[in-house]
Design a protein around this ligand. Structure first.
Ligand code: KG4
Ligand code: ZN
Length: 355
């Protein structure tokens, strides 16, 4: 008598489930100015999450100094990984795989994480998983929302990138739109600098904007050609800088909070309008926000309002998972591991990696 039909596929399914539940992934992130490591069990349970931030070091320069960032990563990577393993109560022998950001980012910073992850995975005899930092940002949403349904649209807005993405399934996505010049977060940082606020600019602009009038200044909203899902923020940034320079030449004092509020509203207006345009083209049921700018309250509230009117599920990560972190890399690494997508020992940092 032959085997009952479907038994083999049932076994495969059970095996897959066991594999999914058993994974112990160490995620390492060093692409910019945060040294971070996290241990994720079964793609669900975040056992530990350590972030050593260099923000205070770079603040006095008004931005990240690449050479300083690499040195800081070298100083901290060992203790950050050790602490992540200790808090998760696992040794490196318990790990299933090591996932690491290999791009995009600062080459010296990326190399520290990549070299460390390679050595650890090699010594433990386990797979090395290469994670695209931008993909990681979107996967931050899976840390807190287990039952996200595909297809989903994602808006990724960070310091270096602004993208609209359509995900058909795990790891199966395409770019619908991207910025043609400055990223949204970059605009926040440059305008904050011009206003004499701190670094990184986003949280400072948000704070100043809270008591400012968003209608005080009329700044441009670049929508580009009809139907385009691309972004452009350099014109808006220049408009703020021109307003400041003109006032300076005339000896006028401008209200910083009003400037911050008017600028912030212009950025958020464009992000929200483009998100809604993408939804018209691709009517999905789930919309995910990601990247450092996703921590912005006005952006979250504006999207929440618009998406609830359209009965679309709206998710975004907690602020700690919006900015750079190892947990999101572990989560993306978990899915890459399940897909058998292992990196070679020749893995190198790719600073200009795209999606
Ligand atoms: O994702 P991220 O930590 O690093 C990159 O991959 O670039 O994003 C950092 C960016 C910075 O430009 C920062 O100003 C911005 O995210 N950001 C914010 C807020 N918090 C961080 N932008 C607007 N509002 C915020 N609350
Ligand atoms: Zn990032």
């Amino acid at each position: 008598m032959g085997q009952p039909i479907g038994l083999a596929s049932l076994e495969v399914k059970i095996l897959k489930q066991m594999q999914e539940q058993d994974t112990v992934i160490l995620g390492i992130e060093t692409s910019c100015d945060e040294t971070s490591a996290a241990v994720l069990v079964g793609g669900r349970e975040l056992r530990s999450h350590i972030i050593s931030s260099q923000v205070a070091t770079h603040q006095k320069y008004g931005g990240v100094v690449p050479e300083v960032a690499s040195r800081e990563h070298i100083l901290h990577i060992g203790e950050v990984v050790e602490q992540a393993l200790a808090e998760a109560e696992v040794s490196f022998k318990d790990l299933t795989a090591v996932a690491v950001t290999y791009g995009p980012g600062l080459v010296g910073s990326l190399l520290v994480g990549v070299a460390f992850a390679k050595a650890l995975a090699y010594a433990a005899g386990i797979p090395l998983i290469a994670v695209n930092h931008l993909e990681g940002h979107v996967y931050a949403n899976f840390l807190e929302h287990e039952d996200l349904e595909f297809p989903l649209l994602a808006l990724l807005a960070s310091g270096g990138h602004t993208n609209l993405l359509l995900f058909q399934d795990h790891l199966d996505y395409r770019v619908l739109g991207r910025t043609r010049d400055d990223a949204a977060g970059e605009a926040f940082d440059k305008v904050a600098r011009a206003l004499g606020l701190g670094y990184p600019g986003g949280p400072y602009i948000q704070k100043a904007a809270a008591t400012g009038n968003p209608k005080a200044f009329e700044f441009p909203r670049a929508m580009l050609e009809a139907g385009s899902l691309d972004f452009s923020f350099s014109g808006l940034k220049s408009a703020v800088l021109n307003t400041l320079n003109t006032a300076k030449m005339k000896g006028q004092e401008l209200n910083t909070n009003d400037l911050a509020a008017s600028f912030q509203e212009a950025v958020i207006d464009v992000l929200v309008k483009k998100a809604l345009l993408a939804l018209e083209h691709y009517p999905v049921k789930t919309f995910a926000l990601a990247g450092g700018v996703a921590a912005n309250t006005l952006l979250r509230e504006s999207l929440a309002r618009e998406l609830s009117l359209r009965r679309i599920r709206f998710v975004y990560p907690s602020p700690v998972f919006c900015t750079d972190n190892g947990a999101m890399i572990a989560m993306a690494g978990h899915y890459r591991f399940l897909a058998g997508n292992y990196a070679s020992w020749k893995l190198n940092a790719v600073p200009g990696l795209s999606l």
